[in-house]
Design a protein around this ligand. Structure first.
Ligand code: FPP
Length: 248
């Protein structure tokens, strides 16, 4: 199927989350510095955002910087901060025109005040857009998100008997966003890496050996098609099995 093909099966996942892994190895395999891999990954992100709009995905969550990524060399951390700023400076108008609503998940506090301001301005500018919600996980960790939620509940005086799954959902950075239907991890690693650890309880996974900069629209379409073939049971029985126990 060509690059202009806009079909991708009948059941498009509402929310796709992506661990964009393999930028470093992509660069290394070309004798380039790691940051060149992150820049190539950013180019690819632009293509995948367009593909989401085209295929009708409503929520895209991307893992751009984890709470553990602070352990990387200073040059790489600064490079990733610069990429975030650059994406906002150069892509925001286009994203806004395309109907993309930007959101951030994670803690903004540790970022430079200038970057925090840009992120907040971008969120405010795009808040009414409806075509695609793009959640950027930046200085995000799933455990940190849960800790943050618990602290907030305690501060607000939530009573133990009031705590249930719906309430926890409301105290996470992703409040109001449906749980991911499909999580894609590029570069072949079989780990959750502290990404959406609460929200991923019943997500479908798609892992590909392709490095993120090479994970193009065609590969994305394949991932969405693989998803349409999954039988999501959420711990129960599929409709076929529930209706006819001989299928169990
Ligand atoms: C993982 O690959 C990737 C990251 C830690 C950063 C991902 C960031 C981008 C693609 C840039 C887009 C960012 C924004 C803010 C929009 P890795 O470096 O761990 O790769 P490796 O496992 O091969 O070393």
């Amino acid at each position: 199927m060509g690059d202009n093909d806009t079909t991708c099966g009948s059941e498009v996942p509402t929310h796709v989350a992506i661990i964009m892994d393999g930028n470093g190895r992509w660069a290394l395999s070309r004798g380039l510095p790691r940051l060149a891999g992150h820049r190539a990954g950013t180019e690819n992100l632009r293509r995948i955002i367009r593909a989401c709009v085209e295929f009708g995905v409503k929520y895209l969550t991307i893992y751009a910087f984890s709470t553990e990524n602070w352990g990387r060399p200073r040059e790489e951390i600064e490079g990733l901060m610069h990429i975030l700023e650059d994406v906002i400076d150069k892509e925001l108008n286009e994203l806004n025109k395309e109907g993309v609503q930007l959101r951030h998940i994670g803690r903004l506090e540790r970022l430079a005040p200038k970057i925090q301001e840009k992120v907040l301005d971008a969120i405010a500018l795009t808040k009414n857009n409806q075509r695609l919600v793009l959640n950027v996980a930046f200085n995000y960790g799933g455990r940190d998100e849960i800790i943050c939620g618990i602290q907030k509940m305690i501060k607000e005086g939530v009573k133990p008997e009031e705590v249930n799954e719906h309430l926890v959902d409301r105290y996470l950075f992703t409040a109001g966003v449906p749980h991911p239907d499909l999580i894609i991890r590029t570069s072949g690693e079989l780990r959750i890496s502290n990404f959406l650890i609460w929200q991923a309880a019943y997500s479908e996974w798609y892992v590909t050996p392709t490095y993120w900069p090479d994970f193009n629209k065609e590969e994305f379409r394949k991932a969405l098609e693989a998803y349409t073939k999954r039988d999501r049971r959420f711990g129960g029985l599929s409709a076929t099995v529930a209706d006819n126990p001989s299928h169990a």
